[in-house]
Design a binder for this molecule. Structure first.
Ligand code: DX5
Ligand code: ZN
Length: 222
Protein backbone atom coordinates (compact mmCIF):
# COMPACT_ATOMS: atom_id res chain seq x y z
CA UNK A 1 0.00 0.00 0.00
CA UNK A 2 1.29 3.49 -0.89
CA UNK A 3 2.03 5.76 2.01
CA UNK A 4 -0.34 8.67 2.61
CA UNK A 5 2.38 11.28 2.15
CA UNK A 6 2.47 10.46 -1.56
CA UNK A 7 -1.09 11.71 -2.08
CA UNK A 8 -1.42 14.74 -4.33
CA UNK A 9 -4.31 17.07 -5.15
CA UNK A 10 -5.46 18.13 -8.61
CA UNK A 11 -8.16 20.83 -8.53
CA UNK A 12 -10.45 20.56 -11.55
CA UNK A 13 -11.08 23.86 -13.30
CA UNK A 14 -14.47 22.58 -14.45
CA UNK A 15 -15.78 24.04 -11.18
CA UNK A 16 -13.85 27.30 -11.49
CA UNK A 17 -15.41 30.62 -12.48
CA UNK A 18 -14.68 30.81 -16.22
CA UNK A 19 -15.26 34.56 -16.15
CA UNK A 20 -12.41 34.91 -13.66
CA UNK A 21 -10.26 31.92 -14.47
CA UNK A 22 -6.98 33.73 -13.94
CA UNK A 23 -8.07 34.79 -10.44
CA UNK A 24 -9.21 31.27 -9.57
CA UNK A 25 -5.92 29.79 -10.76
CA UNK A 26 -4.01 32.11 -8.45
CA UNK A 27 -6.07 30.86 -5.53
CA UNK A 28 -4.88 27.27 -5.86
CA UNK A 29 -1.37 27.68 -7.28
CA UNK A 30 0.58 27.35 -4.03
CA UNK A 31 -1.27 24.35 -2.56
CA UNK A 32 -2.22 22.26 -5.62
CA UNK A 33 0.06 19.62 -7.16
CA UNK A 34 -1.56 19.41 -10.62
CA UNK A 35 -4.20 21.35 -12.50
CA UNK A 36 -6.93 19.01 -13.76
CA UNK A 37 -8.40 20.12 -17.07
CA UNK A 38 -11.63 18.43 -18.21
CA UNK A 39 -12.21 18.47 -21.96
CA UNK A 40 -15.69 17.31 -23.06
CA UNK A 41 -17.05 16.99 -26.55
CA UNK A 42 -20.80 16.56 -26.10
CA UNK A 43 -20.44 13.13 -27.68
CA UNK A 44 -18.45 10.78 -25.47
CA UNK A 45 -20.08 12.62 -22.57
CA UNK A 46 -23.37 14.55 -22.56
CA UNK A 47 -21.72 17.91 -21.90
CA UNK A 48 -19.33 20.37 -23.56
CA UNK A 49 -16.65 22.18 -21.59
CA UNK A 50 -13.77 23.85 -23.46
CA UNK A 51 -10.86 23.03 -25.69
CA UNK A 52 -7.35 23.84 -26.85
CA UNK A 53 -7.52 27.70 -26.82
CA UNK A 54 -8.36 27.74 -23.11
CA UNK A 55 -5.43 25.47 -22.30
CA UNK A 56 -3.17 27.73 -24.37
CA UNK A 57 -4.44 30.85 -22.62
CA UNK A 58 -4.03 29.56 -19.10
CA UNK A 59 -0.64 27.90 -19.69
CA UNK A 60 1.34 31.07 -18.88
CA UNK A 61 -0.78 31.67 -15.77
CA UNK A 62 0.29 28.59 -13.83
CA UNK A 63 3.41 26.59 -13.13
CA UNK A 64 1.43 23.53 -12.11
CA UNK A 65 1.65 20.45 -14.31
CA UNK A 66 -1.41 20.37 -16.59
CA UNK A 67 -3.33 17.11 -16.24
CA UNK A 68 -5.60 17.08 -19.31
CA UNK A 69 -8.52 14.65 -19.10
CA UNK A 70 -9.93 14.05 -22.57
CA UNK A 71 -13.57 12.94 -22.44
CA UNK A 72 -13.86 12.93 -26.21
CA UNK A 73 -14.68 10.31 -28.80
CA UNK A 74 -11.59 10.80 -30.96
CA UNK A 75 -8.74 11.63 -28.58
CA UNK A 76 -5.99 10.65 -31.01
CA UNK A 77 -6.96 13.53 -33.30
CA UNK A 78 -6.28 15.97 -30.48
CA UNK A 79 -3.31 14.77 -28.45
CA UNK A 80 -0.84 16.74 -30.56
CA UNK A 81 -2.61 20.13 -30.21
CA UNK A 82 -3.18 19.59 -26.50
CA UNK A 83 0.49 18.73 -26.06
CA UNK A 84 1.44 21.85 -28.01
CA UNK A 85 -0.95 23.90 -25.86
CA UNK A 86 0.96 22.88 -22.75
CA UNK A 87 -0.39 19.58 -21.43
CA UNK A 88 2.12 17.74 -19.24
CA UNK A 89 -0.07 14.69 -18.91
CA UNK A 90 -2.81 13.56 -21.28
CA UNK A 91 -5.41 11.05 -20.15
CA UNK A 92 -7.68 9.33 -22.62
CA UNK A 93 -10.58 6.99 -21.94
CA UNK A 94 -9.97 3.34 -22.64
CA UNK A 95 -13.45 3.15 -24.14
CA UNK A 96 -12.46 5.64 -26.88
CA UNK A 97 -9.47 3.92 -28.49
CA UNK A 98 -9.20 0.66 -30.37
CA UNK A 99 -5.55 0.14 -29.59
CA UNK A 100 -4.65 1.60 -26.17
CA UNK A 101 -0.99 0.56 -26.41
CA UNK A 102 -0.51 2.49 -29.62
CA UNK A 103 -2.40 5.48 -28.18
CA UNK A 104 -0.13 5.48 -25.12
CA UNK A 105 2.92 5.34 -27.39
CA UNK A 106 1.64 8.28 -29.42
CA UNK A 107 1.22 10.37 -26.27
CA UNK A 108 4.69 9.45 -25.02
CA UNK A 109 6.19 10.22 -28.44
CA UNK A 110 5.03 13.82 -27.94
CA UNK A 111 7.06 14.03 -24.74
CA UNK A 112 3.95 13.99 -22.58
CA UNK A 113 2.99 11.63 -19.75
CA UNK A 114 0.14 9.24 -20.53
CA UNK A 115 -2.91 8.33 -18.52
CA UNK A 116 -5.78 5.95 -19.12
CA UNK A 117 -9.18 6.61 -17.64
CA UNK A 118 -11.97 4.15 -17.10
CA UNK A 119 -15.72 4.74 -17.00
CA UNK A 120 -17.57 3.43 -13.93
CA UNK A 121 -19.47 0.90 -16.07
CA UNK A 122 -16.37 -0.60 -17.73
CA UNK A 123 -14.86 -3.74 -16.20
CA UNK A 124 -11.83 -2.55 -14.22
CA UNK A 125 -9.76 -5.44 -15.57
CA UNK A 126 -9.93 -3.82 -19.01
CA UNK A 127 -7.06 -1.51 -18.04
CA UNK A 128 -4.82 -4.15 -16.50
CA UNK A 129 -2.96 -5.00 -19.74
CA UNK A 130 -1.85 -1.36 -20.04
CA UNK A 131 -0.84 -0.55 -16.47
CA UNK A 132 2.85 -1.21 -17.06
CA UNK A 133 2.93 1.35 -19.88
CA UNK A 134 1.21 4.32 -18.30
CA UNK A 135 2.04 7.09 -15.86
CA UNK A 136 -1.44 7.48 -14.42
CA UNK A 137 -4.69 5.55 -14.08
CA UNK A 138 -7.75 7.76 -13.78
CA UNK A 139 -10.58 5.94 -12.07
CA UNK A 140 -13.87 7.73 -12.61
CA UNK A 141 -15.91 7.70 -9.43
CA UNK A 142 -18.91 9.42 -11.06
CA UNK A 143 -20.36 9.18 -14.56
CA UNK A 144 -18.10 11.46 -16.61
CA UNK A 145 -19.61 14.70 -17.84
CA UNK A 146 -20.48 16.88 -14.87
CA UNK A 147 -18.97 18.21 -11.68
CA UNK A 148 -20.77 18.12 -8.38
CA UNK A 149 -22.03 14.52 -8.51
CA UNK A 150 -21.96 12.09 -5.59
CA UNK A 151 -19.05 9.71 -5.19
CA UNK A 152 -19.91 6.13 -6.23
CA UNK A 153 -18.84 3.91 -3.35
CA UNK A 154 -18.44 0.95 -5.71
CA UNK A 155 -15.30 2.77 -6.91
CA UNK A 156 -13.45 1.83 -3.74
CA UNK A 157 -13.13 -1.83 -4.75
CA UNK A 158 -11.98 -0.72 -8.20
CA UNK A 159 -9.28 1.54 -6.73
CA UNK A 160 -8.16 -1.30 -4.49
CA UNK A 161 -7.98 -3.73 -7.42
CA UNK A 162 -5.79 -1.31 -9.41
CA UNK A 163 -3.62 -0.65 -6.35
CA UNK A 164 -2.99 -4.37 -5.93
CA UNK A 165 -2.19 -4.87 -9.59
CA UNK A 166 0.19 -1.88 -9.74
CA UNK A 167 1.98 -3.13 -6.64
CA UNK A 168 2.14 -6.63 -8.10
CA UNK A 169 3.81 -5.44 -11.29
CA UNK A 170 6.00 -2.93 -9.45
CA UNK A 171 4.57 0.14 -11.19
CA UNK A 172 4.70 3.57 -9.57
CA UNK A 173 1.92 4.94 -11.79
CA UNK A 174 -0.37 7.38 -10.03
CA UNK A 175 -3.88 6.28 -9.17
CA UNK A 176 -6.05 9.31 -9.75
CA UNK A 177 -9.67 9.31 -8.63
CA UNK A 178 -12.10 11.72 -10.22
CA UNK A 179 -15.59 12.61 -9.10
CA UNK A 180 -17.26 13.39 -5.79
CA UNK A 181 -14.00 13.82 -3.87
CA UNK A 182 -14.46 15.74 -0.63
CA UNK A 183 -13.13 15.62 2.91
CA UNK A 184 -15.88 13.03 3.54
CA UNK A 185 -14.91 10.65 0.72
CA UNK A 186 -11.15 11.27 0.52
CA UNK A 187 -10.09 9.17 3.53
CA UNK A 188 -11.62 5.97 2.09
CA UNK A 189 -10.30 6.75 -1.40
CA UNK A 190 -6.78 7.18 -0.01
CA UNK A 191 -7.09 4.06 2.13
CA UNK A 192 -8.05 2.11 -1.01
CA UNK A 193 -4.79 3.19 -2.62
CA UNK A 194 -5.37 6.43 -4.54
CA UNK A 195 -2.38 8.76 -4.87
CA UNK A 196 -3.93 11.71 -6.73
CA UNK A 197 -7.29 13.22 -5.85
CA UNK A 198 -9.13 15.26 -8.47
CA UNK A 199 -11.42 17.75 -6.80
CA UNK A 200 -13.69 20.25 -8.54
CA UNK A 201 -16.57 21.49 -6.43
CA UNK A 202 -14.87 20.68 -3.13
CA UNK A 203 -12.07 23.12 -4.04
CA UNK A 204 -13.44 25.82 -6.36
CA UNK A 205 -16.90 25.64 -4.81
CA UNK A 206 -15.46 26.72 -1.48
CA UNK A 207 -14.93 30.25 -0.26
CA UNK A 208 -11.22 29.57 0.29
CA UNK A 209 -9.95 27.07 -2.33
CA UNK A 210 -6.45 27.04 -0.85
CA UNK A 211 -7.78 26.07 2.55
CA UNK A 212 -10.01 23.46 0.87
CA UNK A 213 -6.91 21.81 -0.63
CA UNK A 214 -5.21 21.84 2.77
CA UNK A 215 -8.28 20.13 4.25
CA UNK A 216 -8.15 17.42 1.57
CA UNK A 217 -4.46 16.92 2.26
CA UNK A 218 -5.22 16.51 5.93
CA UNK A 219 -7.41 13.53 4.99
CA UNK A 220 -4.19 11.87 3.88
CA UNK A 221 -2.47 12.85 7.09
CA UNK A 222 -0.28 15.37 5.25
C1 DX5 B 1 -16.34 14.86 -14.39
C2 DX5 B 1 -14.94 15.43 -14.42
C3 DX5 B 1 -14.39 15.78 -13.10
C4 DX5 B 1 -15.13 16.87 -12.37
C5 DX5 B 1 -15.13 16.49 -10.93
O1 DX5 B 1 -16.63 14.27 -15.61
O2 DX5 B 1 -14.03 14.50 -15.02
O3 DX5 B 1 -13.01 16.10 -13.17
O4 DX5 B 1 -14.56 18.14 -12.53
O5 DX5 B 1 -15.96 17.35 -10.24
P1 DX5 B 1 -16.34 17.14 -8.71
O6 DX5 B 1 -15.06 17.11 -7.93
O7 DX5 B 1 -17.19 18.31 -8.40
O8 DX5 B 1 -17.08 15.83 -8.60
ZN1 ZN C 1 -11.79 14.89 -14.90
Amino acid sequence: MKKAETVKIAPSILSADFGHLADDLKKIESEADFLHIDVMDGHYVPNISFGIPIVQCIRPLSELPFDVHLMITNPLDFIRPFAAAGADLITIHIETVEDPKSAIRKIHDLGVKAGISIHPDTDIQAIFPYLADIDLVLIMSVYPGFGGQSFMTASLDRIHAVREELDRIGSSALISVDGGISEKTAPAVIAAGATLLVAGSSVFGKEDPEEAIRILKQCAGL
